[in-house]
Ligand binder design. Structure first.
Ligand SMILES: C[S@@+](CC[C@H](N)C(=O)[O-])C[C@H]1O[C@@H](n2cnc3c(N)ncnc32)[C@H](O)[C@@H]1O
Length: 201
């Protein structure tokens, strides 16, 4: 059992059942017309995938935790929506179908794995497809409110601007904001936010 399986084996939902606030804001701002094919990487226990599915999108949720993915199904059932889930390690992950949108919400990977995934996202997005990304930045090491304690796992804006330099940036910032999500995201935090659209060519 990996550490995420252990976390998700506890009672309740580790990050709650409400969707991530930044995701909700960006989905509203982008006015994404359903149904889109949306890929969620590092989806966890399903809160964001279920939210997108309730809007009528087809969501493919991927996570390394089988416990998380099982709970995602349960949450989907409770909300009378369906999800496609996949238990997979993103270290060796291939994105098999084109995506209208990709979301990465607090999916913290080692930098080499992250860079490879960023390239795969670029390749998988259809022209006009969007990426919605929120992660703790290296400044989060100054806070004790969630996220990994290793700098290599944290994400700064310059990295995303470089990796996605072929995309049109709609929103990019590093900021400090209050984030309360379940038991593990517990207050003022330093985050990187990034939203970009793949050009129509
Ligand atoms: C902090 S949780 C965030 C979960 C979800 N995105 C949310 O916001 O509720 C990070 C998630 O990334 C997943 N993850 C981390 N490394 C992974 C990897 N190499 N392959 C697949 N999933 C991974 C974990 O299993 C965990 O569910």
């Amino acid at each position: 059992m990996n550490r995420w399986d252990e976390r998700y084996s506890q009672n309740g939902y580790a990050y709650g059942t409400e969707p991530n606030q930044f995701l909700v804001e960006q989905v509203n701002a982008l006015n994404l017309a359903a149904p889109l094919n949306i890929l969620s990487l590092g989806e966890g226990e399903g809160r964001n995938a279920v939210y997108l599915a309730t809007l009528g999108h087809h969501v493919h949720a991927v996570d390394g935790s089988s416990v998380g993915m099982a709970k995602a199904h349960k949450l989907a059932e409770q909300n009378r929506v369906s999800l496609q889930t996949q238990v997979a390690d993103l270290t060796h992950y291939t994105i098999n179908s084109p995506c209208d949108a990709v979301i990465m919400i607090f999916c913290h990977l080692p930098s080499d794995v992250r860079h490879a995934i960023h390239q795969k996202i670029m390749d998988a997005l259809v022209p006009g497809g969007v990426l919605i990304y929120q992660a703790y930045s290296t400044r989060q090491l100054n806070y004790q409110t969630g996220g990994p304690r290793e700098a290599d796992l944290l994400v700064n804006l310059d990295e995303l601007e470089q990796c996605f330099s072929n995309m049109n940036v709609l929103h990019g910032c590093m900021s400090e904001k209050e984030i309360y999500e379940g038991k593990y995201h517990t207050g003022l935090a330093a985050v990187t936010e990034f939203v970009a659209r793949k050009p129509f060519e």
